[in-house]
Design a protein around this ligand. Structure first.
Ligand SMILES: Cc1cc2nc3c(=O)[nH]c(=O)nc-3n(C[C@H](O)[C@H](O)[C@H](O)COP(=O)(O)OP(=O)(O)OC[C@H]3O[C@@H](n4cnc5c(N)ncnc54)[C@H](O)[C@@H]3O)c2cc1C
Length: 493
């Protein structure tokens, strides 16, 4: 299909698809639809851009971080080099009513969110550039870049981006909201987006920003995950963090024995409730089970040391080991790679205000769950990421995201299960037990869940204060509900 034919094709597609009810459309044979889309795309784009086998195809399909997603075999993989390629892919997927998935950094552990069988996978593995424009003071990233590489590309200019806290994570983080090490100072990662190029389900390409015709779409994309279109370019505000030689942060990585979990849960609750200094950052990882029983806390302060008035509770708990050093933001963002693969992974989310009893009860529920299913799990983590009010205040000066400020300091809670190496199917009873755990550890009243850390069964969008607006925007940009019926992602729209 030639680009010049896109407009007429889209007109035709809308007419045809408009005659088909959602129920009929889901009945279309997935294999046939995907085979038709792939055959058309191979003929239009050629075999280096559309692959159905080979080394690159194998590397991409086997590349997801969670082993469960690395077992799928897409009917074909499209490797766009330009937004036009994505337009053509999406137009063909839409016309043939094929199922599809999009893969950027491949870190989502939710089953099928970045992988597919009997469908088309769009992989951004060949769109990975990063550039800094000193005139506009913006960093433009293509969707296939991993944050470590994006930061390395612009570090010499003394600037960086609000990427992930693990260097291997990709840009899909932005569409969920995004928690970076400097979010307490600068806001959610998504709030640093100035502009996005977006391919809608029909194949139409639009540019969305906070003030143009697509301002509603721009808002929805920042927390709406993979539901609102395929982003082919992100223009981000540069953050003036200094170069890698500017060691203007102080870091403490402290490892505690497993027996410290209760003290750490209490310290975390208090930190969340009381600490308002946006220069302070904490992430707490509690690991339970089998071979290892330990807790790691990452403490950072934008200054020359760790102020005892802020971190005193963590510094007074007996520890196994610690590393204390000055670091640059660049160093911090490369402390954790997150690249290790080979195990099935599962996430579940909650959000808690800084209340000791909520933390202790939640922690005890996780311990009970983990002990019940000890034979089926390699380990379980509780990862606590504080979201201070300063994170929302920084957002308020830019355009808001879809998550919505609940008006109180809280923490996102990520339950992360790691399954034993080689286990390819999640045991049903563990799944049921995990759902029970999530029901036992609900969000504190009024708090939104974090979509990048949720279980696929959780209705995260329903917890956003402005859920009704999100629904309206979805209905406007995808009136045939093509996305929710043809790609796996967050439920609830
Ligand atoms: C080890 C690890 C560390 C993490 N650390 C952090 C952290 O510090 N902060 C944080 O906020 N989160 C963190 N996360 C969660 C992470 O943000 C999410 O898993 C995120 O979705 C990963 O994005 P990705 O591009 O790597 O993954 P992918 O799986 O490729 O993408 C995630 C989702 O977004 C969709 N998507 C990706 N790109 C596009 C696009 N261009 N257009 C439309 N849809 C798209 C995909 O289809 C998929 O559904 C971490 C996760 C892991 C596994």
């Amino acid at each position: 299909m030639l680009l010049s034919n896109i407009i007429s094709l889209l007109a035709c597609v809308v007419t045809v698809a408009g005659q088909i009810s959602p129920t009929n459309s889901t009945a279309v044979n997935a294999q046939t639809a995907a085979a038709q889309a792939c055959a058309e795309l191979q003929s239009d784009l050629g075999s280096t851009i559309v692959e159905a086998s080979g080394a690159e195809y194998n590397a991409t399909s086997q590349g997801p971080w969670s082993l469960f997603n690395s077992l799928d075999r897409p009917t074909c993989i499209v490797y766009p080099r330009t937004a036009t390629h994505v337009q053509l892919a999406m137009a063909s997927i839409f016309q043939h009513k094929s199922h599809y998935a999009v893969q950027a950094g491949a870190h989502s552990p939710m089953i099928g969110w970045n992988s597919i069988n009997d469908g088309v996978l769009i992989s951004f593995a060949n769109m990975t550039s990063t550039s800094y424009n000193p005139v506009t003071d913006t960093v433009t990233v293509q969707p296939g870049v991993h944050w470590g590489d994006a930061m390395a590309a612009v570090e010499a200019y003394g600037v960086s981006v609000l990427g992930g806290r693990a260097s291997d994570i990709g840009t899909g983080l932005l569409l969920g909201g995004g928690i970076s090490f400097i979010s307490p100072l600068y806001g959610w990662s998504a709030d640093s987006i100035k502009e996005m190029d977006v391919v809608l389900v029909t194949g139409q390409l639009v540019t969305a920003n906070a003030t143009n015709t697509y301002a509603d779409l721009f808002h929805a994309l920042k927390g709406g995950a993979n539901r609102f279109g395929i982003v082919t370019r992100y223009k981000l505000n540069a953050i003036h963090t200094g170069t890698k030689d500017n060691k203007n942060w102080f870091s403490g990585i402290i490892v505690y024995p497993g027996s410290s979990s209760v003290a750490l849960s209490k310290a975390s609750a208090r930190y969340i409730r009381e600490v308002t200094d946006p220069k302070a950052v904490v992430i707490l990882n509690t690991i339970n089970l089998t071979a290892v029983d330990a807790n790691t806390v990452y403490l950072f302060y934008n200054g020359a040391g760790l102020p005892p008035g802020i971190f005193g509770d963590f510094l007074s708990i007996p520890r196994t080991s610690q590393t204390l050093s000055p670091l640059s933001y660049y160093d911090m963002s490369n402390l954790i790679s997150g690249a290790a693969r080979g195990n099935g992974q599962q996430f579940g989310a909650s959000s808690w205000v800084g209340d000791e009893s909520t933390f202790l009860e939640g922690y005890n529920h996780l311990v009970n769950f983990t002990q019940t299913f000890a034979a089926d799990l390699l380990s379980s983590y509780l990862i606590i990421s504080p979201i201070p009010q300063s994170q929302w205040a920084a957002t308020a000066s830019r355009s808001p995201n879809a998550i919505g400020d609940p008006g109180v300091a809280y923490a996102t809670i990520n339950f992360n299960l790691i399954y034993p190496t080689g286990l390819t199917i999640r045991p049903k009873d563990v799944n049921n037990g995990f759902k029970l755990l999530l029901s036992q550890t609900p969000p504190s009243p009024g708090l939104p869940l974090y979509v990048n850390e949720c279980d696929a069964s959780q209705n995260v969008f329903g917890t956003y204060p402005n859920f009704a607006t999100l629904q309206k925007t979805y209905a406007k940009y995808d009136p045939l509900r093509f996305n929710v019926e043809h790609t796996v992602g967050p439920i609830g729209l």
